[in-house]
Design a protein around this ligand. Structure first.
Ligand SMILES: [Zn+2]
Ligand SMILES: [Zn+2]
Length: 535
């Protein structure tokens, strides 16, 4: 690591510590320790661990040129903002300007900073991209001459990070198209319009760049497929059309009519990637994808017993309101000191609270879970006696990310030897656009999970989306049970599930592949069976 990279890492470490409210003296001590570690190993375990404890959106905000630690903390504390998208909304609607020592000018600088960040990086997380494109879609839908406008591209395919933003818009005829292009150029916030006749690029003052494919109602079906991609999917589809002697220039008002003409069922956008999904479609082997209505249980959430902001009663109410039959509370375990992990002596108190709640409420049953740290030697935090008191256990790695692949794989396999482990949490530890996954032999981990009846998590935090969908597909091939974990720290995190569901669908999962589709008894039976078989 060169000197500049070392300094950069140390600066980020200091910023994260300050975001947590640590004193300047403490920051210097940690930096000193970290410096020698970084020089020796090329990375900082302390930073990796700290990143777990601070909402990732706050670290993103620090990259906005005009915002320092003090301002980011102030924004977080006063407005409860944890993401760039929320910050952008607050800068636009006046809440940011109203904060002490901010004002309209600062709010404007922040908006420009967010735009700068978007252009500088070019890729953003799925949930940011979806908010961005949905705002543009709604705006274009208001324009005269737009008959229909839909999201296409990687957002529609539910990719985890998004480069381009794509829309498709239908107009009446060629004359209407020219009028529409003129109107688009004049639309609010548009600073530049480029591209050629049918495929235009809009640049907005906010920094957003959107590609819009213009089409007619008659051609909407195939053009929506083209604009959605992937390139491999479209190429494979065109090859099949050619082989069948079908002209894709014909009139196809909707996507299903295109696939039907080629003798295929409609292929859900999440599956349109490598092109082999068309072979599965042709053979009648497309999965019957899991949907929101199939999910009965809400898993992986943190209450105020650790680093969540929500009481257990509030979790039960939020999950009932969202239509779940059961909720598995999983606070951090005692070794996660930074996350205020649940001390062994507080477990009984938490369980009594859950029992009392279950006795007096109907609608949503609360299950006693825990997110136990997988310690460096692969043992689960707390040990068997305490773990046996929980209904189920998610085991996760929150420390020592820098191990070799051999060491890390051995560590996780050791944890999987423990019959109390029900679910392996965020199995690669990645933070999208922030931290690479740790080195681990996932194939071995997945095979072991299939053998032992351990579920693998698709962590639905939009900064994680871990397990990666490509490996979700592999997990399904191996017969691994998958659990969709919200990893929610506030009730806003209930919305994570829809994002995780996109990844589950992208990994070809059917309802039977997903643990959350079981009723509470079915879920508990899964955990019990695991303990019984291997104990
Ligand atoms: Zn975790
Ligand atoms: Zn968690």
């Amino acid at each position: 690591m060169d000197r500049q990279a070392v300094n950069h890492t140390l600066q980020e470490l200091a910023a994260v510590l300050e975001l947590r409210g640590e004193s300047a003296a403490r920051v210097r001590v940690v930096q000193r320790v970290a410096r020698s570690e970084i020089l020796a190993t090329g990375r900082s375990t302390a930073l990796d661990e700290l990143r777990e404890q601070v909402p990732p959106g706050l670290v993103e905000m620090l990259r906005i040129p005009s915002l320092g630690v003090t301002k980011v903390r102030q924004i977080h504390e006063a407005l409860g903002i944890e993401s760039l998208a929320e910050l952008e909304a607050a800068a636009a609607d006046g809440r940011l300007a109203a904060l002490p020592r901010f004002g309209a000018k600062t709010a404007e600088t922040v908006l420009r900073g967010i735009a700068f960040l978007r252009q500088a990086t070019g890729v953003r997380l799925f949930h940011h991209a979806r908010e961005e494109i949905e705002a543009v879609r709604l705006a274009l839908g208001e324009l005269e001459g737009v008959l229909r406008v839909e999201i296409a591209g990687a957002v529609r395919r539910r990719c985890e990070v998004i480069g381009r933003l794509d829309l498709i818009a239908a107009h009446a005829d060629a004359a209407a198209r020219d009028a529409l292009i003129h109107r688009l150029g004049q639309a609010p916030g548009v600073t530049e319009i480029g591209g050629q006749a049918g495929a235009i690029t809009l640049r907005f003052a906010s920094g957003t760049v959107v590609d819009v494919l213009l089409t007619t109602r008659e051609r909407f079906g195939f053009d929506w497929i083209r604009a959605t991609g992937s390139a491999a999917h479209v190429t494979a589809l065109e090859a099949r059309a050619r082989a069948a002697g079908i002209s894709l220039e014909a009139s196809f008002p909707d996507e299903a009519s295109v696939y039907r003409a080629i003798g295929l069922p409609w292929v859900p956008p999440e599956l349109r990637e490598a092109g082999d999904e068309l072979d599965a479609a042709a053979a009648g082997r497309l999965p019957d994808l899991v949907a929101r209505a199939d999910l009965r249980g809400f898993l992986h959430c943190h209450s105020h017993y650790s680093d969540g902001t929500v009481t257990i009663a509030e979790w039960a109410a939020a999950c009932r309101a969202a239509g779940y039959e059961w909720v598995g509370i999983t606070d951090h375990s005692q070794s996660s000191a930074y996350a205020g992990g649940l001390r062994a002596e507080d477990v009984a108190r938490q369980h009594a609270e859950i029992a009392a709640l279950n006795a007096r409420t109907v609608g949503t049953r609360v299950l006693k879970g825990v997110e136990a740290d997988i310690l460096a030697d692969g043992t689960l935090d707390y040990g068997p006696d305490v773990l046996d008191r929980f209904d189920f256990v998610i085991g996760s790695i929150h420390s020592r990310f820098g191990m070799s692949e051999d060491e890390m794989t051995r560590r996780v396999l050791t944890a999987m030897d423990d019959p109390r482990l029900t679910i392996l949490g965020h199995p690669t530890g990645r933070l999208l656009l922030q931290r690479e996954p740790y080195a681990i032999d996932l194939e071995r981990v997945l095979r072991t999970a299939a053998d032992r009846g351990i579920a693998i998590e698709v962590n639905a935090d939009p900064h994680r989306l871990d397990l990666d969908w490509r490996m979700v597909r592999r997990a399904r091939e191996l017969g691994v049970m998958v659990s969709i974990g919200a990893d929610a720290h506030s009730t806003a995190g209930v919305a994570n599930v829809a994002i995780g569901l996109g990844i589950a669908r992208k990994g070809w999962l059917e309802p039977a592949d997903v643990l959350n589709t079981r009723d509470a008894e079915g879920f508990l039976a899964f955990a019990r069976q695991r303990r019984a078989v291997t104990a």
